[in-house]
Design a protein around this ligand. Structure first.
Ligand SMILES: [Ca+2]
Length: 122
């Protein structure tokens, strides 16, 4: 976790509020109370959604039922997350976050394929 701030910006569009800029990712997430993500069945944050909260980095959840292989957009509310296409945490993946970031439309290989989510920073 010590090198988290050396990660480059990936596919996200991060907006930092001025009072948070001096905090590390871990500190900011702790203040907000764990890692939170909202997963949507439809693009542009439409359809049924699943709100997940993980309070410890490294913990994960396998998506089941209607949410397995059906996610098309996501909002990271806090923390940093890895989304995988296989239910065992393998396969293609994308790392999103930290903190607030919105992904209105997953790209082709990630759309309707996500089966596993893990908080890498809680
Ligand atoms: Ca899958």
């Amino acid at each position: 976790m010590s090198n988290i701030n050396n990660h480059g910006v990936s596919m996200n569009n991060i907006e930092l509020s001025p009072h948070l800029q001096e905090l590390t990712c871990e500190q900011a997430a702790a203040i907000q109370g764990g890692a939170k993500i909202q997963l949507f069945l439809g693009a542009n944050f439409t359809g049924k959604s699943l709100l997940l909260t993980i309070n410890k980095a490294g913990l994960s959840k396998k998506l089941t039922g209607q949410f397995n292989n059906s996610i098309s957009s996501a909002k990271v509310l806090s923390g940093r997350w890895v989304l995988n296409t296989n239910g065992d945490g393998s396969g293609l993946f994308v790392e999103i976050g930290p903190r607030k970031a919105q992904y209105p439309r997953f790209t082709k290989v990630l759309n309707n394929t996500i089966s596993f989510v893990k908080a890498t920073v809680a």
